[in-house]
Design a protein around this ligand. Structure first.
Ligand SMILES: *[C@@H]1O[C@H](CO)[C@@H](O)[C@H](O)[C@H]1NC(C)=O
Ligand SMILES: *[C@@H]1O[C@H](CO)[C@@H](O)[C@H](O)[C@H]1NC(C)=O
Ligand SMILES: *[C@@H]1O[C@H](CO)[C@@H](O)[C@H](O)[C@H]1NC(C)=O
Ligand SMILES: *[C@@H]1O[C@H](CO)[C@@H](O)[C@H](O)[C@H]1NC(C)=O
Length: 480
């Protein structure tokens, strides 16, 4: 939208007396916890080809930000929870963070940074409050650092919260968790005085995954046999119910009109029974259509969330599987930038466009040698799967049911690709062999890696040392 029409729309909204901006945009989360990453410039081209104009990051990786320079894409950079203590206790630290990670990029032909996410779900119950007290002081320090850099009008501070920050059985009864009342009161007052939205992550998938009682059709947007009646209002999907619970919680603190941004929302495609391609497509398309219809919710009719950031752009094969095996499979695109299912983002293209010029390793795979006795393979498999991603082998995964030998081959191949197809990495004491025939079976894909020459971080340093220690340790176990 041009500046002129944006200004015009803004006037219209003001004139019509509504204080909520009724224009939603669809953005994406770009996480980088992958062992094999696409070059950041390839990802930026992927964003542009799909007309995605808003992206949310979890840190301020210089490689990623450099690739975003001049792209015109609006960016939310992130401050990891672990940095909040330092930033909250020192304005020098916060000034430096803003200089290094914001000001130096917000220049002509630089990066259009619009938001800084201060922490990521810092109030999550499972963190037992360890980051809680740093959030508001960190916000205050960062705000003055932004002001010093003359950016406080342009770059907004936000705090992405998990939906576990509030609770209620009915949306109209929503309230922030009692242990957060004081912090939330300070937080929303801060957000309000700086013109920042409340950012929340909403996951109907996790509600369904976590509870056998949760009615499946209530997680989606197709109508439900389990609608929730709340006084005069009826809820037909979990997303609206959750959203209005937050509206009620904000209302209780006197900020019922505060704009809301959905920081993360999405559906994984693998690693659990309810995580599959069909469910992900139906959920994401239903969500996008619902939000773009501007229908809103019973407590905010005609006023959908300001922006929503899909979780996620790409699969991240190095994420912790603590929440579940699905955690590495949230991408709308696979790790190599290929669309997993048809999706209309509502941004102009009817379908997703795949990443271009992806640099793959050669078309070869590592599998178990069928002529060998594989009875002693357990330790090799364990080591391979400790490093590479084998989550699809488990119950509910796309490779569950490919048999014992299939399991071994899958583990060998995943490890081999992770090691850049290094010949030694397919040895496994002579049990592995390289093949040029794609061993994929049905939906179970045996991947070929990509070369990630453009990025830094993983692949060097301690990880390699650990791998070698384990390989040597593993071989040693085999020798005795
Ligand atoms: C800038 O952000 C990066 C990535 O989050 C971080 O590693 C670095 O320490 C930050 N710079 C400062 C000065 O804090
Ligand atoms: C601060 O920013 C505003 C626009 O946001 C600009 O007009 C002004 O010149 C800037 N001041 C300085 C000192 O850079
Ligand atoms: C995919 O997920 C949906 C929704 O959770 C579930 O009902 C369906 O059975 C799953 N499909 C397969 C093939 O597992
Ligand atoms: C393959 O591995 C998965 C995950 O460890 C396991 O659930 C399954 O039973 C294995 N299949 C066979 C035939 O051993």
């Amino acid at each position: 939208m041009s500046g002129f029409s944006a200004a015009f729309l803004y006037l219209l909204v003001l004139v019509s007396g509504s204080c909520l901006v009724a224009e939603s945009a669809i953005g994406v989360n770009w996480g980088t916890l992958s062992f094999r990453k696409l070059k950041p410039s390839t990802v930026v081209d992927l964003l542009k080809d799909n007309k995605i104009e808003k992206v949310k990051l979890f840190d301020a990786d210089p490689d990623v930000l450099r690739a975003l320079m001049g792209s015109g894409i609006q960016v939310m950079v992130g401050i990891p929870n672990e940095m909040l203590a330092a930033i909250s206790s020192s304005t020098a630290v916060s000034d430096l963070w803003v200089r290094q990670n914001v000001s130096r990029y917000v220049v002509k032909d630089g990066v259009d940074i619009r938001y800084v996410a201060v922490g990521n779900e810092p109030f999550l119950s499972s963190y037992s409050g360890q980051f809680q007290s740093y959030v508001v002081p960190a916000l205050q320090n960062l705000q003055q650092s932004l002001a010093k850099a003359n950016l406080s009008g342009y770059v907004k501070l936000v705090v992405p919260c998990n939906a576990d920050a509030y609770e209620s059985s009915l949306p109209s009864q929503g309230a922030f968790r009692s242990d957060l009342t004081e912090i939330m009161t300070q937080l929303v007052s801060f957000l309000n005085s700086n013109g920042s939205p409340f950012v929340v992550n909403i996951y109907p998938f996790l509600s369904l995954y976590g509870s056998t009682d949760f009615p499946q059709d209530y997680a989606f947007f197709e109508g439900t046999a389990h609608s929730v009646t709340d006084g005069p209002n009826v809820y037909y999907n979990a997303f609206d119910g959750n959203f209005d619970t937050l509206v009620s919680a904000l209302n209780k603190l006197g900020y019922g009109q505060m704009p809301i941004v959905i920081g993360e929302v999405g559906w994984p495609t693998d690693g659990a029974i309810s995580a599959n391609l069909t469910a992900a497509r139906v959920f994401n398309q239903g969500l996008i259509d619902h939000v773009l219809s501007k229908q809103g919710t019973p407590l905010r009719p005609g006023a959908p969330p300001m922006d929503i950031y899909l979780f996620s752009l790409l699969d991240e094969g190095a994420k912790s599987t603590l929440p579940g095996n699905f955690e590495r499979h949230w991408g709308v695109f696979s790790f190599d930038g290929q669309a997993k299912y048809p999706l209309n983002l509502g941004l102009g293209n009817k379908l997703l466009k795949n990443a271009k010029n992806v640099e793959y390793l050669p078309s070869r795979w590592c599998v178990a040698d069928p002529t060998k006795d594989l009875s002693g393979v357990t330790n090799h498999m364990r080591i391979a799967c400790n490093f590479a991603d084998c989550t699809t082998l488990n119950y509910g995964g796309s490779c569950n049911g490919i048999g014992a030998k299939g399991n071994i081959s899958f583990a060998f191949n995943s490890y081999y690709q992770l090691q850049d197809q290094n010949a030694q990495s397919c040895d496994f004491d002579g049990l592995g062999m390289v093949t040029f025939l794609d061993p994929s079976v049905g939906d179970c894909r045996f991947l070929v890696g990509v070369t990630d020459t453009g990025s830094s971080g993983f692949g060097t340093g301690p990880r390699w040392i650990i791998i070698w220690i384990l390989i040597i340790g593993g071989m040693w176990v085999f020798l005795i």
